[in-house]
Design a binder for this molecule. Structure first.
Ligand code: ATP
Ligand code: MG
Ligand code: FE
Length: 330
């Protein structure tokens, strides 16, 4: 089974080739045009996808040593994401499926983030509990099988990635600020400043209170010291990261206790965060979990995760017609 997979839901254009469940190539074109706007500009993202998609697919096929005539299926991200971005990938995938007379596989982007845990051994056994933390979503997902996932907890407002990015913006850092907070946090004292933890019942999350708390904290301190951020950047970043990570992991521990699941993983862009990676390993050791963390390149948006999901859909015979339509929502 040779599948070409395409991801274009946000601002990464990516293509991957998977042969019999093994990734042979995974190319990602990052769009830098958005930096100057402090966030992804949908209109510019669509255009950049249109520009990148042919070279990216070409590179993925060449690196995998695969001719289009060797392909057995074409897969693409159907939802969720920016509609203009999704349209580029879906139209391209449809055109290839039509031209090569191949079956088409539609993949849900958030399922694919979870499936990043199944790209390389050791892979989780089922049931598997995954904390998916990305730019637009924060979910606790109970996986009964490769293709059966149940969301048992989610954010009521901002996503974890947004909490990182919006905090970074308040600190005057460029977009996306998550990786920068991570970098500066490594040089800081996480217990220097205390941000409050929201009291949300059940397995749901909330990050908007933290954002407001940080805003007031900065306003107050900047009044006393106009250079407060410059003087304390490392400690502020470390303290913010510590709080976001503890909000995430306290709910994950609760979910593990309630479900009794001990195969636990993380996924999504924020799972690249070094504080989260360290903290979940420590919690896993204390709780007796087997912890799974995808490789860095499989955390943020990539087509390899679309490819592994498509592989299992292929085995289950889950194909879609050429009239399939992408959707901005799940
Ligand atoms: P979604 O998957 O919800 O549609 P997305 O695809 O835009 O959203 P991802 O690409 O999975 O999101 O993740 C991007 C997010 O991950 C951004 O918010 C970014 O700041 C955050 N991120 C990436 N690396 C790190 C890091 N090291 N520390 C904290 N956050 C990070
Ligand atoms: Mg992105
Ligand atoms: Fe994503």
């Amino acid at each position: 089974i040779n599948i070409l997979a395409i991801e274009s839901s946000c601002d990464e254009t990516s293509a991957a080739v998977i042969k019999d469940g093994r990734i042979y190539s995974n190319f990602i074109a990052n769009q830098t045009v958005h930096e100057q706007y402090g966030g992804v500009v949908p209109e510019l993202a669509s255009r950049a996808h249109q520009e990148n998609i042919v070279p990216v697919v070409d590179q993925a096929l060449k690196t995998a040593g695969i001719a289009t005539s060797d392909l057995t299926a074409i897969a693409f991200t159907q939802s969720p994401g920016l509609i203009g971005s999704l349209l580029v990938g879906s139209c391209f995938a449809k055109a290839m499926a039509l031209a090569l007379n191949l079956p088409l596989i539609a993949v849900q982007h958030m399922d694919a983030h979870v499936m990043a845990n199944f790209i390389e051994a050791p892979t989780p056994a089922f049931p598997f509990l995954c904390l998916t933390v990305s730019g637009g979503h924060t979910q606790i997902v109970l996986c009964k099988d490769y293709l059966h996932m149940e969301i048992i907890g989610k954010t009521l407002d901002d996503a974890a990635g947004e909490a990182f990015d919006k905090s970074a913006k308040l600190l005057g850092l460029p977009y996306p600020g998550g990786p920068l907070i991570d970098k500066y946090a490594q040089l800081g004292n996480a217990h220097r400043f205390k941000f409050t933890e929201p009291q949300i019942p059940g397995l749901d999350f909330s990050f908007s209170g933290l954002k407001t708390g940080i805003l007031y904290f900065l306003q107050e301190n900047l009044q006393k010291d106009p250079l407060f951020i410059e003087h304390h950047l490392h400690d502020i970043c470390a303290s913010i990261q510590e709080r976001i990570v503890s909000i995430l992991l306290n709910k994950l521990r609760k979910a593990a206790q309630e479900t009794g699941v001990r195969q636990i993983g993380i996924a999504g862009g924020v799972s690249a965060n070094s504080g989260l990676r360290k903290a979940i390993l420590a919690m896993g050791a204390a709780q007796g979990w087997q912890v799974f963390i995808p490789k860095f390149e499989y955390c943020t948006d990539n087509a390899a995760m679309i490819a592994i999901t498509a592989h299992y859909k292929y085995l289950a015979g889950e194909f879609v017609g050429l009239d399939v339509v992408p959707s901005p929502r799940t």
